[in-house]
Design a protein around this ligand. Structure first.
Ligand code: ADP
Ligand code: ASP
Ligand code: MG
Length: 802
């Protein structure tokens, strides 16, 4: 049996002389002698003919001008494309057609109007057939009305059996010739032209392909295929190389011009292989319609349509509304008049049906004719915006994104198709172009979206907010992701907004205005959110309660950045549980800011360990506060007085005992030991507290009143040290034998740990690789800016790992 293919060229492929030439070369290269070609009218010919027909009623002069323009265009095509001996036959038949057009007057009978509107296809098919002959591709023109039979209707159905017989008879006469067929038209049994609807030659192509048993139908247009949105509207739209048959059908049902609404029906009923390609650049890609129903995971295409009409069907009260509804859906489905979208308002005995303007009047008459119980109200001026793709209605992220984009639009209703193939919003007409672009970005942007939640609004939290404000755009660009600050919480209140918070408003008066009581509601909301791909929580508090949530953070899939030292220096069991929870869920936990503020100490030590070195011992001055105090302290001024000065300069914790009791240094030592691969328990560290027992029990204010109790013991030690040419320093040590201690030591005045700038930290690391000469990191180890910087560095690390 003869294997044929069918190629369909739309108006956009035949828009000018060059387009016709391109189509001829495509057929030379991609078609065989017996292939079929279906054409639409050239360029905007059909639109022009419609304009002419409409102007006949309103403005004879316009009608005349339109015809003149059309004739000039068609004549130009013929004269440019054909040799002079070929031209005369075509120009003659053109002259006959135009004299008919010129002779027409208003009112135009329906069948006559269809006859005239189909002339564009007659002209283009004749011209292309002649051009192919000129290019040594024997071809004949065939008027589809010779074989396609259909009765007039809102959606005319081609009679398959009769049409097939007639077509086969025609084709039998044309061996080894390409047959160029008019799209868009069929004929009823009275011999009248029946049009198949706007963009109907796509449907002609697949129906004729089915009748002629073509193996493949290729629809050539000005785009390479189906894109994730109309590429004329959304610049970033991407070509879809494969599209499921049911998804393509749904897109067509929603009247996207790329495929006429019923194009896919014949494909579904046959084994035709359907492809879409671009006639302007044939090798620029294609879309193939696939039959395998790969599982659908959500929207693939967004589409919009203006000039939508809402038919409000009211059913008389007192009748069985549900039954009427069922009957109405049945008759509409049978007549192929399924609406674009619908909304049932049972309480008002009303159903709202959306249709294209092209069919809406007919559908109104059709419904009205069904029963006197129906009253149909016609309301123009709507548009639809839809997301199409198998499974879209159960893809939470896509549904959320869809509603999110539409919530501020003049929305009438949203319709979720039962087939789960589309979400359709009906809007009062507005700028669907803007909405479509926003929706496309929301649903398909490859950019990851990262939500950041900050806990803690103290010194460090506030500093980080200011830093983030300057870094947000830079980060977005650097990583090609979108970082949004979505929540800021302190121990009492939180402010959450999934649209993103402006960091400067949080530091301004925004927090006071918008924050609500912190009942951990923010945590629940972040857990449920569907908008962001990743969530990063920053703990810039010293709160044990927040630390207790760390495992839950990991389980919710959050990443965590801690400036809070409690978890990193917790007993091993707790520490490992937290580490395991993060590694199990593949999320990151960083705590660069816990030791040495911004100094690159944690990562360095971890990196040494992970690169194969073995850390043998540590020593150093890990507290900026204690560093300052002992640099100043020579015994001349009482230690307690220096504590007060440091406190006044903001160099200590609000309660200085937290610095003086050594626990902070102990925690840093534990964290660092763990980073270097050593197992250590916080209780195993020998801690020397500078706070006598009696001062521990007092309130913060009382502590200052009695601070002189700090002095005696230290004075004795500093005097002794002075005598020996030594100085006192608060030193952290982890020795070779595993012993760990933090406390006051007397060091020779030229010792490396003795000569620092006030507030500096120093870390000396002895390892197998750094044995005789330890690795030393020193510099300011405290302060809000450097600590905020350390948090930001962790955020960068997380971003780079995503
Ligand atoms: P033809 O004249 O060849 O029939 P149409 O203009 O009818 O071509 O259809 C092609 C047009 O469909 C494209 O130029 C494009 O603007 C529009 N279109 C709408 N939605 C899509 C989509 N999702 N993918 C590709 N094209 C689309
Ligand atoms: N020429 C017709 C139209 O413009 C049919 C088609 O292009 O498919 O609607
Ligand atoms: Mg078209």
């Amino acid at each position: 049996m003869l294997v044929r293919q069918l190629h369909k060229f739309g108006g956009s492929s035949l828009a000018d002389v060059q387009c016709y030439q391109r189509v001829a070369s495509i057929l030379q290269q991609y078609s065989g002698d017996n292939d079929l070609v279906v054409v639409s009218a050239a360029g905007s010919t059909t639109n022009q003919l419609i304009k002419w027909a409409d102007a006949l009623e309103s403005d004879g002069r316009v009608a005349h001008e339109v015809l003149q323009e059309l004739r000039a265009f068609q004549t130009h095509l013929i004269e440019e494309l054909l040799r002079s001996e070929q031209q005369s036959a075509l120009l003659e038949s053109l002259a006959i057609d135009f004299s008919e057009l010129n002779g027409a007057s208003w009112p135009l009978e329906e069948t006559k109007r269809a006859y005239f509107l189909g002339m564009g296809e007659v002209w283009s098919s004749k011209l292309l057939a002649a051009l192919l002959c000129r290019k040594e591709m024997p071809a004949v023109q065939l008027d589809s009305r010779h074989f396609l039979r259909a009765e007039k209707g809102t959606q005319p159905e081609v009679e398959r059996v009769t049409s097939k017989q007639l077509l086969m008879n025609e084709l039998a006469q044309h061996h080894d010739r390409r047959v160029v067929i008019t799209g868009f038209m069929a004929q009823d049994h009275q011999g009248n032209t029946v049009l198949l609807g706007r963009n109907g030659s796509d449907y002609s192509a697949t129906v004729i392909g089915l009748l002629a048993e073509a193996s493949r139908v290729t629809i050539w247009s000005d785009v390479a295929g189906v894109y994730s949105a109309d590429p004329r509207i959304v610049e970033e739209a991407c070509l879809l190389p494969l599209l499921r048959l049911d998804e393509a059908s749904e897109l067509a049902r929603l009247a996207a011009p790329v495929l006429h609404s019923r194009t896919l029906q014949p494909v579904a009923q046959s084994a035709i292989d359907l492809n879409l390609r671009c006639s302007h650049a044939p090798e620029s890609g294609s879309t193939r319609i696939e039959r395998v129903l790969a599982s659908g995971r959500g929207a693939k295409i967004v589409t919009s349509l203006d000039d939508v009409v809402l038919l409000d069907v009211s059913i008389e009260h007192g009748h069985d509304f549900e039954r009427c509804l069922e009957e109405l859906s049945d008759v509409l489905a049978k007549a192929q008049l399924v609406p674009l979208a619908e909304e049932v308002q049972a309480d008002r005995y009303k159903i709202r049906l959306a249709y294209t303007q092209e069919v809406a009047r007919d559908v109104q008459d059709f419904i009205q004719a069904q029963s006197p119980l129906y009253h149909v109200d016609y309301q123009a001026g709507y548009s639809i915006v839809a997301a199409v793709g198998a499974g879209v209605t159960s893809n939470a992220l896509h549904c959320f994104g869809f509603y999110q984009q539409l919530k501020h639009q003049p929305l009438e209703f949203v319709y979720e198709t039962e087939s789960e193939l589309s979400l359709v919003a009906v809007l009062r007409q507005g700028s669907s172009k803007l909405i479509l672009n926003a929706l496309h970005a929301q649903l398909f942007q490859a950019q990851k979206r990262i939500a950041v939640a900050l806990c803690g609004r103290g010194n460090i939290g506030a500093s980080w907010l200011s830093l983030f404000e300057t870094q947000q755009d830079v980060m977005n660009k650097r990583y090609g992701m979108q970082f949004d600050l979505v929540c800021v919480a302190d121990s009492k209140n939180y402010w959450l907004d999934l649209d993103g918070l402006d960091a400067s408003q949080v530091t301004g008066d925004g927090f006071e205005k918008h924050a609500v009581r912190n009942d951990n509601g923010w945590l629940a909301q972040l857990k449920e959110q569907q908008r962001y791909d990743e969530i990063v929580v920053i703990d810039a508090t010293a709160s044990a309660a927040l630390t207790a949530n760390y495992i839950a953070f990991a389980e919710h899939g959050f990443h965590l950045i801690s400036a809070n030292k409690l978890a990193g220096s917790a007993p091993s069991e707790t520490y490992h549980l937290i580490q395991d929870a993060f590694s199990k869920t593949g999320r990151s936990w960083h705590y660069n800011a816990t030791v040495g503020a911004g100094l690159p100490i944690n990562h360095t030590v971890r990196d040494l360990h992970e690169s194969g070195d073995t850390v043998v011992s540590f020593s150093g001055i890990f507290s900026g506060t204690l560093s300052w105090l002992f640099q100043q302290y020579t015994g001349d001024i009482p230690f307690s007085e220096l504590v007060e000065q440091a406190w006044q300069q903001g160099l200590t914790e609000p309660d200085p005992r937290k610095d003086l009791d050594g626990s902070d240094v102990m925690r840093k030592l534990v964290i660092l030991a763990r980073e270097s691969g050593l197992d250590i328990e916080p209780q195993a560290v020998k801690v020397e507290s500078l706070v006598p027992e009696a001062l521990n029990a007092l309130s913060a204010d009382e502590f200052f009143d009695h601070a002189e109790q700090l002095d005696d013991a230290l004075l004795e030690r500093v005097e002794k040290a002075n005598e020996e040419g030594k100085v006192l320093r608060y030193v952290a040590r982890l020795d070779r034998d595993g012993k760990a201690s933090v406390g006051v030591e007397a060091l020779p005045s030229n010792h490396a740990l003795a000569n620092l700038l006030p507030c500096d930290n120093i870390f000396a690391i002895e390892s197998v690789w750094y044995k005789d000469n330890p690795l030393v990191i020193r510099g300011p180890g405290a302060g809000r800016d450097v600590t905020a910087g350390a948090i930001q560095s962790d955020l960068n690390r997380i971003a780079a790992s995503l």
